[in-house]
Design a protein around this ligand. Structure first.
Ligand SMILES: Nc1ncnc2c1ncn2[C@@H]1O[C@H](COP(=O)(O)OP(=O)(O)OP(=O)(O)O)[C@@H](O)[C@H]1O
Ligand SMILES: [Mg+2]
Length: 311
């Protein structure tokens, strides 16, 4: 049995199903990714697994303990890094950590020692006595992570810990996750960034609209797409209109546009490439680059849902 066993978890909010019968299993020592776009149900899942939200039905077992029947046991095992920053802005980082240590029931002596340890992990020992309100977004996120590590959890749940921060803090967080995992921590990591789950995760569940669309290693997920390529075009102009025409071309299995990038899924890139380029020219789209590549997780998501992961 996995250290995290999610079994048919479901959450309905006022008639809207946010999580729709999700099951997966995470082995001890893994970094497991939940990859999905905005509104997929990632945070709702994390809230149920961490006993902050009652499931409508289903259950999750953490090291054998039910989140419904044994929440106190579960909370001892889990460290939870919520998507929203949970820090008091007018207190210093050290004071915030002390507060969380008290919540976890650590002795004053342990609290002091653990604060030093987790500040080191966050790379913020030298800023520990400054108020959180003077921190950058990335530094706040790093202290948020530090707070979740105070009680030495066996399993860490991280909900989109890198959204909206500078590249340096982002890299620091990704490297921290890697090294925590190397030292034995099991991590459940949610993101809508394909690159992050590719970098970090042993296995991945792709989620959309409250459901697991597919799960497995990266290699297993890429095989789902079969013998198709991604044609990726960086461009500017009326891309949304152009893409509607591109989608109608024979031999194209899906196309999305986001942030000046067009992704096209096709079995026969050589055959359709000329047609695509001529359509984009007709629509006065300016192309900066065209690449044909094997499907990545973005391509897998496009194949499964017809949509883009990115927002
Ligand atoms: N407390 C709530 N009350 C009502 N609806 C909610 C509540 N929390 C979430 N939802 C709805 O549930 C769905 C899933 O939301 P959730 O926050 O779990 O998605 P997410 O994958 O975490 O998205 P994001 O990437 O934007 O954080 C959304 O449609 C959302 O509007
Ligand atoms: Mg979320």
């Amino acid at each position: 049995m996995g250290i995290i066993e999610v079994r048919e978890l479901k959450k309905v909010f006022n008639g809207n199903t946010a999580v729709d019968g999700v099951s997966f299993s995470v082995e001890a020592g893994e970094v497991f990714g939940l990859l999905g776009p905005n509104g997929a149900g990632k945070s709702t899942l994390i809230s149920m697994i961490s006993c902050l939200l009652d499931p409508t039905s289903g259950d999750a077992l953490i090291d054998g303990h039910s989140v419904i029947k044994e929440p106190m046991e579960v909370k001892k095992i889990l460290g939870v890094i919520p998507q929203e920053i949970a820090l008091y802005p007018t207190l210093t980082a050290r004071e915030n950590l002390h507060f969380w240590s008290k919540m976890y029931g650590l002795s004053s002596q342990d609290a002091k020692k653990r604060a030093d340890d987790v500040l080191k992990i966050a790379g913020l020992s030298d800023r520990a006595d400054e108020k959180i309100e003077t921190y950058s977004g990335g530094m706040k996120r790093r202290i948020n992570i530090a707070a979740g590590l105070l009680h030495k959890p066996k399993v860490l749940l991280m909900d989109e810990p890198t959204v909206g921060i500078d590249p340096q803090s982002r890299n620091h967080i990704l490297e921290t996750v890697k090294s925590l995992n190397k030292s034995g921590l099991t991590v459940l990591y949610t993101s809508h960034y394909m690159e992050e789950v590719e970098f970090l995760c042993d296995r991945i569940a792709i989620v959309d609209q409250g459901k697991v669309m597919a799960s497995g290693t990266q290699e297993e997920l890429k095989k789902i797409v079969g013998q198709k390529d991604i044609v990726r075009i960086k461009a500017s102009g009326m891309l949304d209109k152009a893409i509607d025409d591109v989608k109608r071309v024979d031999g194209i299995d899906g196309a999305t546009v986001k942030d000046g990038e067009i992704d096209i899924l096709t079995k026969d890139s050589r055959k359709v490439l000329a047609v695509i380029i001529s359509i984009l020219n007709q629509e006065n789209v300016k192309m900066a680059s065209v690449e044909v590549q094997e499907p990545d997780l973005e391509g897998v998501f496009l194949h499964l849902t017809g949509k883009s992961l990115r927002d």
